[in-house]
Design a protein around this ligand. Sequence first.
Ligand code: CP
Ligand code: NVA
Length: 309
Amino acid sequence: MKRDFLTIADMSGDEVVQTIRYALELKKRRQTGQFRTANGKLEGMTVGCIFHKASLRTRISFETGIYELGGKSLYITKDEIDLGKRESIEDAARVLSRYLGMIVIRTFSHSDVEKLAKHASVPVINALTDYTHPCQVMGDLLTVQERFDKIEGMKVTYLGDGNNLANSWMVAARRIKLDLTIGTSEETMPKMDLFNTVKEEGLSRIRIVHDPVEAVEGAQVVYTDVWASMGQKDKAAERVKLLSAFQVNEKLLQHADPNHIVLHCLPAERGREITNEVMDGPHSAVFDQAENRLHIQKAIMSRLMEWSG
Ligand code: CP
Ligand code: NVA
């Protein structure tokens, strides 16, 4: 039975932990010059990377990772296959599965990715939808593990737009015990059905607050993202008004735990959701975080190949 990775909830808590451990191992090996590791899990395979949105980190870390796992990547933009327009997603999924060993997709609609995964016979990985960005937060958990030598019970505060990254942290909280706070305005809330699921399941503590100081009080991990995501840039001016109080700046961070780290998935709009001082300051882990995308995605791809049998 093939396995997909569309949200972090597609893995059990144990699988999340194992995948992070494996990524750490791959990272260590790579630092000693062993690039082509993980037993060539994609040897001889082509992985289709469908991108309907721009990308620096995700595209390049996936393509690099695929190469390092012994495979070949194929970058496919809207212009080539026009997924769901030129032919149905179901038909495209069936045909792509006859050629490819795995599909990585970044697009707008999460249900399109679910449809693709349902009808593809090869593993499908979500490389960002409007709903969630699971590879990002898996890499972020790896960064937290490296910096604090633990993840469980960590006090994580997400500040800013209730977008795909806020949702991804909520999904992570369904699998790993976290103390998660989302600080945002009443107009920019994340998915509330997901919030209620996390609350009902009870593994993690979760709350949404509208006061930035209260949100950041004692936080060990302070996370932010752009206030207007891809496809919503027309809302940028309105979001500045709604979210300015949630800017990650030195003044606000005085309320965080003294040993906190600051994370941002990038790309950042410096001077908006995060200041230069913080982004380049001693608490910032944003470039380790970006690097970790490569290691975690190698681990995710290897594990999916293994679990898919
Ligand atoms: N963080 C992230 O996914 O970056 P890209 O949009 O550049 O891929
Ligand atoms: N929330 C952002 C994340 C980019 C990596 C977006 O969807 O544009």
